[in-house]
Design a protein around this ligand. Structure first.
Ligand code: CTP
Ligand code: CA
Length: 230
């Protein structure tokens, strides 16, 4: 196999990455989460490590979540911090923000938290129940407001109007880059998005730039994103 030239364009840089799903507890044994497996974040981290970066990786833990594997020789440049809720993710990310040159937010953060989780196990009953949900913290929005002189990249998975929603989030969250991709609607299947090994989408830049990245493995997509962002 051909040996690809090793890029070192992130040597000396520290990248803060959020990844994976966050969860919110309903009671002692139940919780709400979303379909993120953490694979796109892991691919972004692995490629950043290959290019010489130090990576602070704030990972939302759930069953089956994928952890990044440091390339040989880069083990001591990968720092994984495990969290569960959106609030824990925000606290861990804010703690590591000062030393970051740039932030990549690939986490699928629960936008709502259960207002009053029960500390015991709720018992089954025959009537319908309602669950009160309250908005949770916008991790990326909080980070980008807290810092100057750093760059920020977000991801957006959308079922409709992918590019328009992506542009809206790029501006609303004060980002330098946003990668927008399509996800399948409920009951449909797709080649991009949650739980699949491939991805494709559009990398939007604050400067108006627009790069369409064709379907490839998440590692391919991460390489192309870093070629532009690094
Ligand atoms: N994000 C975050 N914290 C949140 C929600 C989102 O850090 N509570 C980050 C994600 O990691 C991603 C970007 O913001 O990089 C866009 O996430 P998305 O869920 O698409 O944005 P929202 O503003 O939550 O919009 P939506 O209503 O479409 O969920
Ligand atoms: Ca959201």
């Amino acid at each position: 196999a051909a040996v690809l030239p090793q890029r070192t364009d992130l040597a000396g840089k520290t990248i803060l990455i959020t990844a994976g799903p966050t969860t919110t507890a309903i009671d002692a044994v139940r919780y709400i989460t979303n379909h993120s497996t953490g694979r796109m974040g892991a691919a972004m981290a692995e490629e950043a490590l290959r290019r010489g970066a130090v990576v602070d990786y704030v990972l939302g833990m759930d069953k089956g979540v994928v952890r990044p594997v440091a390339p040989r020789g880069a083990e001591n440049r990968l720092n994984i911090i495990e969290v569960r809720t959106a609030e824990e993710m925000a606290a861990a990310a804010l703690k590591h923000l000062p030393r970051a040159h740039g932030v990549v937010a690939s986490a699928a953060v629960m936008d709502y938290a259960v207002a009053a989780p029960a500390s015991n196990k709720l018992k089954r009953a025959s009537e319908a129940i309602a669950l009160d949900l309250v908005p949770s913290v916008d991790v990326l929005g909080t980070l980008s407001q807290a810092a100057t002189g750093k760059w920020f990249m977000g991801f957006a998975a959308e079922t409709d109007n992918v590019e328009a929603h992506g542009q809206g989030k790029l501006k609303a969250k004060g980002l330098d880059f946003l990668f927008a991709n399509a996800v399948a609607k409920l009951g449909e299947t797709g080649e991009t998005g949650f739980g699949v090994g491939t991805n494709a989408g559009i990398l939007l830049g604050k400067d108006g730039s627009r790069h369409e990245l064709a379907l490839g493995s998440k590692a391919d997509i991460a390489r192309q994103i870093w070629d532009i962002v690094a």
